[in-house]
Design a protein around this ligand. Structure first.
Ligand code: PLP
Length: 546
């Protein structure tokens, strides 16, 4: 008898039957009929279909529910085998005041080793990760991070070092840092780079402190910092933290700086312009040479938020278009996963006239070929980070540079730009684009299905059903989705993403409820996000069963 099932549910079952049966060696790959249903390939297996039907009849709930450890607890089970103690036993009452002792042991779950492993493995399979899912997370550059980088980091010559070791004992690491600083300087067209800052925003802070120190050194008191309204949010925040006065510059409808507005705001009190280029709308502002000239004529400096360097590496260099200071988000451009607050490093590069102000110490190569630290910079803004900086992230960046080489870096940027423009071109007839192409490495769409009251969050939730991580949402403009496919995704994955987005556009028009109530294939559905934030239930209580 043919089995009937809602397509949503069928996909879900396919996925999980695949897991169950591949674990038992029955099949090697998923067998999906719906080309949108899964990013990897597969073959159709009628026997498997039959198995799905049987499984549904027998155990409809078997796939979705993973109980708490407390719920699978069984008295007497344990996952550890402790050796007998070889010291005399001590009664807790003899050493701990009575008032501090509990009346009964805590109700911890008692689980055998295999159940424990299976529980956590089941939970791990529910996670989204770059190894399993596509992350078009705008401004976060969630690309593939080569495993070889992790290997480099795990080498004993890196992992086993102590920051207090003598310079003579860590020559290899110092050489690597020196080279990395040189590579970054080359890519940015900068005279020298400090590796100290621990994140992009920290790089901005360092850069603006350098600019302020430069003006002070010249006997000038300049307070104003201009930022285009397309700047990354950390730019104005940095400006406030540094005690500068923030002045916003308007951008035009094509996403580029409004030159008339800029001209009207640059004056003798202007310390700097902080510009993100390519900006957060995914547009590269090709007026940047003129912009820099305007600022320099007024005695001001140009700060480039270089977090989006993955769009321009090997194609153009900030130093060549007039930038005085910039930071790099190594954790976006040069691997290390960025989204969701992972570790970072935001090295800062400066033009020749700002070298004296760099944070101390700076790693240098001495005349005798050894490496060490230069502390002798009397005008330095001081130290901004303890020890050597975020070594783990810097080692990954170094490995990435070495693996790709100059041509590889350029090619990475070309592919990032191509991927963004390809996706934009494929969906443009259904998704409104507030800024016109061409784009750099990312773009913004404001899905316009107002009649149906489908919002950006509904698209984001529905994408989860297709095993695609939601893009960045509602920023930098209201109701937008910000999409950054990155250079490491295949055309196949990009095509599937576009197909899914087009399917969602159909759904938004024909069955908006499907989007508004998504996700349908996740372990849990739409959360009451306010309640989850304000009244989170994070504790299991033995007695109330909650
Ligand atoms: C354009 C831009 N500037 C600055 C930052 C801040 O970097 P971080 O998160 O490392 O502080 C980001 C982060 O994504 C960014 O995209």
């Amino acid at each position: 008898m043919p089995y009937k099932c809602h397509p949503e549910r069928l996909h879900f079952l396919h996925t999980n039957i695949y897991r169950a049966s591949s674990a038992s060696g029955m099949i090697a790959r998923p067998a999906f009929q719906d080309p949108l249903a899964y990013p990897t390939g597969g073959f159709y297996n009628p026997r498997l279909s039959e198995a799905i039907a049987q499984a549904t009849d027998k155990e409809p709930g078997m796939i979705t529910e993973e109980p708490l450890l407390f719920e699978i607890s069984s008295p007497g089970q344990t996952a550890v085998a402790m050796p007998d103690t070889d010291v005399p036993p001590v009664r807790p009452e003899a050493v701990i005041p009575r008032a501090l002792l509990a009346d009964a042991p805590p109700p911890l779950p008692e689980i055998g080793p295999l159940d424990l492993v299976r529980h956590y493995t089941a939970l791990a399979h529910r996670l989204f990760s770059i190894d399993q899912q596509f992350y078009p997370l705008g401004s976060c550059t969630m690309k593939y991070n080569p495993r070889v980088n992790e290997k480099a980091l795990a080498l004993s010559g890196v992992a086993d070092l102590h920051p207090y070791q003598r310079d003579e004992d860590v020559q290899g690491l110092l050489e690597m840092m020196h080279r990395l600083a040189e590579y970054l300087a080359e890519v940015g067209g900068m005279a020298e780079v400090s590796l100290q800052p621990a994140a992009g925003a920290h790089g901005e802070l360092t850069g603006l402190l350098i600019i302020n120190a430069y003006h002070r050194d010249r006997g000038q008191k300049r307070s104003k910092v201009l930022t285009p309204d397309t700047a990354h949010g950390t730019n104005p925040a940095t400006c406030m933290v540094c005690g500068n006065t923030l002045v916003t510059v308007k951008s035009r409808s094509d996403g580029r700086v409004d030159m008339d507005d800029l001209r009207s705001k640059v004056d003798a009190d202007t310390a700097a312009l902080m510009i993100t280029n390519p900006n957060t709308c995914g547009k590269f502002d090709n007026q940047i040479g003129d912009i820099a000239e305007l600022l320099h004529q007024a005695g001001a400096q140009v700060y480039l938020d270089g977090a989006n360097m993955n769009a321009v590496m090997g194609i153009t260099r900030p130093g060549d278009f007039g930038v005085d200071v910039m930071h790099y988000n190594t954790h976006k451009t040069f691997s290390t996963p960025h989204g969701c607050g992972g570790p970072g490093a935001g090295p800062v590069g400066v033009a020749e006239h700002l070298r004296p102000f760099l944070p101390v110490p700076v790693v240098v190569r001495r005349d005798n070929g050894t490496y060490g630290w230069d502390h002798d910079r009397p005008k330095s803004i001081g130290k901004v980070r303890s020890f050597y900086g975020q070594i783990g992230v810097l080692v990954r960046a170094y490995a990435y540079f070495r693996a790709l080489g100059a041509q590889g870096l350029r090619s990475a940027s070309e592919k990032a730009v191509l991927a963004a423009n390809y996706v934009a071109a494929r969906i443009r007839h259904r998704y409104a684009m507030p800024f016109p192409p061409p784009y750099a490495h990312e773009f913004i769409t404001v899905p316009d299905f107002d009649r149906t009251e489908v919002r950006e969050v509904d698209f984001a939730k529905r994408l989860l059903d297709y095993h695609i991580h939601p893009p960045t949402m509602s920023w930098p403009i209201h109701h937008c989705l910000m999409i950054e496919p990155t250079e490491t995704e295949s055309k196949r994955t990009l095509d599937r993403f576009c197909d899914v987005l087009l399917t969602l556009a159909d759904e938004a028009e024909k069955s908006p409820e499907t989007l508004r109530t998504a996700p349908h294939r996740m372990p849990i559905g739409r959360l009451d996000e306010v309640a989850a934030a304000r009244k989170p239930v994070v504790r299991w209580r033995a007695n109330d069963g909650s």
